[in-house]
Write a protein that binds this ligand. Structure first.
Ligand code: FES
Ligand code: FES
Length: 207
C-alpha cells in the first residue's frame, strides 16, 4: 500500500513537472518571438536613390536626376523626350534602340545612362543638319528602305556606325554587320542597297 501511494505520488509529481516544463517552454518561446519582433526592422517602402547625370545628346547637355539603373534608352526616351530611338525587345536582340556613342553604335537598352556622362551621344534626331538629311537618311528614303519604320532609326544609326567602322566592303559584309538590326517588315534588300549607296558614294557619313 505504501509502495502504491509512493508510486501514485511519484506519478503526480511527474505530471506536474511535465506541465510546468511545457508552460515554461511556451513562455520562453513567446518572449523570444516578442524580442525578435521588436528587433527586426520594419520593411520600409524603398525610396529610389537618384543621382545627377549629365548627358550630352546631339550637342545639347541634359541634366537629369535619375536612378543609376536607368538605361540609356529610357533616359533618352522617358527623361529627355527623344522618342526617335525605339524600344523593341529591351534586351539586346533587335537593334531598334541603336544609337551612336562617340561614333560607335551600341544598343542603348543594354547600357546605363550613368556610364556615358563624358560621351558624345547621337540619336536619329541628331543626324540631320537642319533641313539637310544625313547621307544615310537620304539613302534610306531614296531606296525605300523601310515600311512601317519602327526599326528604321536603329537601322540608320547602326548603318552610320558601320560606315565609321570601315569594315564592310561587300553586300554580304553589309548583311553580316547589320545582322543585329531586325526588320519585321523584311526591308533588308533595300536597306543593304541604301548602305551600299553610301559606302560607294564615298559620302561623308561619319558623325
Ligand atoms: S530594344 Fe535594345 S536591342 Fe531591342
Ligand atoms: S520597316 Fe517595319 S520593322 Fe523594319
Amino acid at each position: 500500500m505504501k509502495f502504491v501511494l509512493k508510486r501514485r505520488k511519484l506519478g503526480q509529481l511527474m505530471i506536474v513537472s511535465t506541465v510546468v516544463a511545457t508552460i515554461s517552454n511556451f513562455v520562453k518561446k513567446a518572449v523570444a518571438q516578442t524580442q525578435v519582433q521588436k528587433t527586426t526592422p520594419m520593411l520600409k517602402t524603398s525610396t529610389p536613390q537618384t543621382t545627377k547625370v549629365t548627358l550630352r545628346v546631339n550637342g545639347t547637355a541634359h541634366n537629369l536626376q535619375i536612378e543609376p539603373r536607368v538605361t540609356l534608352l529610357d533616359a533618352l526616351r522617358e527623361y529627355i523626350g527623344l522618342i526617335g530611338t525605339k524600344k523593341g525587345c529591351d534586351h539586346g536582340q533587335c537593334g531598334a534602340c541603336t544609337v551612336l556613342v562617340d561614333g560607335q553604335r551600341i544598343n542603348s537598352c543594354l547600357t546605363f545612362a550613368i556610364m556615358h556622362t563624358d560621351a558624345k551621344i547621337t540619336t536619329i534626331e541628331g543626324l540631320a543638319q537642319g533641313d539637310n538629311l544625313h547621307p544615310m537618311q537620304a539613302a534610306f528614303v531614296a531606296r525605300d528602305a523601310f515600311q512601317c519604320g519602327y526599326c528604321t532609326p536603329g537601322q540608320i544609326c547602326s548603318a552610320v556606325g558601320l560606315v565609321n567602322e570601315g569594315h564592310a566592303k561587300s553586300d554580304a559584309e553589309i548583311r553580316e554587320l547589320m545582322s543585329g538590326n531586325i526588320c519585321r517588315c523584311g526591308a533588308y534588300p533595300n536597306i543593304v542597297t541604301a548602305v551600299r549607296d553610301v559606302l560607294e558614294g564615298k559620302k561623308d557619313a561619319a558623325v
